[in-house]
Design a protein around this ligand. Structure first.
Ligand SMILES: Nc1ncnc2c1ncn2[C@@H]1O[C@H](COP(=O)(O)OP(=O)(O)OP(=O)(O)O)[C@@H](O)[C@H]1O
Ligand SMILES: N[C@@H](CCO)C(=O)O
Length: 311
C-alpha cells in the first residue's frame, strides 16, 4: 500500500471524577494524517497544516510520527520509509486531546500501510507513547477513546487494563474551547500528590455513580455523579470565568459540566441535542461577556474512534 489517510477524533478525558481513568471521543474536530510511501528508509514530516508553524517537524518529537518510530522498532522493521502530512484541526494545549489525536491517527495509518500487523487494542501502548512525547506522561484517557471509540475506562495502568462501557444514545457532549492555552505538563505539575480520605471517598462514590448512571441510562445519577472534588478545585484557577461558565451550562439544561482533560476547554453532558446546544450557547456567551472568544462543538459520543479514510 503506497498511500493511507487516517482521521482520529478529539476526546474528553477525566469526565469530571475520573482523572486519568475516564475518557470518550467526540465526532469532530479531529486530526487527519496522510502517509505516502518513499523508497528510502526513514519517516519524514513534509507538511503540517493548521499549527501556525508551532509543532516540531522532527519526527521523534512530534506525537504523530514518534508513535510510528516506536511501532517500527517494536516490529523490527528498519527498511520502511514514508512521507507524512499532518492536518491539525484543533488547537494545541486545548484539553481536547490534540496531541493524542495526532498520535492515534499516526499509529492507525502506519499499521494500515504495513498490512495491519497489530489489532486496535494492541496499538494502544504505542499511541500512549505519543502522550509521553507531548506531555511527559503516558496517560491513556485521550488516546484510548480516540483509538477505540466509546466511553473508555482504564481500570489499571500496570498492567494495562482498559474497557468500554455503554452510554445512553441520547447523551450529547458540549465542548467549549476558550481562546487560551494550557499545557498538560503544567496542569499536571500543579496537582497535589496527597489526597484526603474524605475526598477519596467522595470521588470513589462519584466514579461508581457515573459508571452505573451511564450503563443504566439514569440521567439523574449521571448528573449527581459529575462531581470532581480532587482535580477541578486545583485546575479551575487556571481557567478564567470557570465557575460562571459551568453554572451557565447547568442553568441551561446540562446534566453536569467540568474541565475537559487538563483544560482550558470545558465540557458538559446533556440529555438530547437541544439541551446540549442551549448549554453551549450559554457557555460561549458567558466567556464572551468577559471578553474571551471561544469555539463550540456539540456531538454525540463517537462510538467508532479513528478511521482509515483511503485504502
Ligand atoms: N502532533 C502534535 N499535536 C499536538 N501537540 C503536539 C504534537 N506533537 C507534539 N506536541 C506537543 O504537545 C504539547 C501539547 O500537548 P498537550 O497534551 O499539552 O495538549 P493537548 O493534547 O491539547 O491537551 P490535552 O491532552 O489536555 O487534551 C505541545 O508542546 C506540542 O508541541
Ligand atoms: N488525564 C490527563 C488528560 C490530559 O488531557 C490530565 O488530566 O492530565
Amino acid at each position: 500500500m503506497n498511500f493511507v489517510k487516517a482521521f482520529a477524533p478529539a476526546t474528553v478525558a477525566n469526565v469530571a471524577c475520573g482523572f486519568d481513568i475516564f475518557g470518550f471521543a467526540v465526532k469532530e474536530p479531529g486530526d487527519t494524517v496522510e502517509l505516502r510511501r518513499r523508497d528510502e528508509p526513514g519517516i519524514v514530516i513534509t507538511d503540517i497544516t493548521g499549527d501556525e508553524g508551532r509543532l516540531p517537524r522532527n519526527a521523534e518529537k512530534n506525537s504523530v510520527t514518534g508513535v510510528m518510530l516506536y511501532l517500527l522498532k517494536h516490529l523490527g522493521i528498519t527498511d520502511f520509509g514514508c512521507e507524512v502530512v499532518l492536518h491539525k484541526n484543533m488547537p494545541l494545549g486545548s484539553g481536547m486531546g490534540s496531541s493524542a489525536a495526532s498520535a492515534v491517527a499516526g499509529v492507525v495509518a502506519i499499521n494500515e500501510m504495513l498490512g495491519k500487523p497489530l489489532t486496535r487494542q494492541e496499538l494502544l501502548p504505542f499511541a500512549m507513547e505519543g502522550e509521553r512525547i507531548a506531555s511527559g506522561s503516558a496517560h491513556a484517557d485521550n488516546v484510548g477513546p480516540s483509538l477505540l471509540g466509546g466511553f473508555v475506562v482504564i481500570r489499571s495502568y500496570n498492567p494495562l487494563d482498559i474497557f468500554t462501557i455503554p452510554v445512553p444514545g441520547d447523551l450529547y457532549c458540549t465542548l467549549v474551547h476558550p481562546d487560551i492555552e494550557i499545557n498538560t505538563k503544567d496542569a499536571r505539575f500543579i496537582l497535589r500528590n496527597e489526597v484526603s480520605l474524605k475526598n477519596t471517598i467522595a470521588q470513589m462514590g462519584n466514579v461508581a455513580g457515573l459508571v452505573a448512571g451511564l450503563m443504566q441510562a439514569d440521567y439523574d445519577l449521571i448528573s449527581r455523579s459529575m462531581v470532581d472534588v480532587i482535580i477541578e478545585p486545583v485546575r479551575s484557577i487556571l481557567i478564567p470565568q470557570f465557575k460562571e461558565v459551568k453554572q451557565a451550562a447547568i442553568d441551561h439544561g446540562a446534566l453536569g459540566c467540568s474541565i475537559s482533560g487538563s483544560g482550558p476547554s470545558l465540557f458538559a453532558l446533556s440529555r438530547g441535542v437541544e439541551n446540549a446546544q442551549k448549554a453551549g450557547a450559554a457557555m460561549k456567551d458567558t466567556f464572551a461577556d468577559a471578553g474571551i472568544a471561544s469555539s463550540l462543538h456539540v456531538s454525540s459520543i463517537n462510538q467508532g474512534g479513528a478511521v482509515v479514510l483511503t485504502e
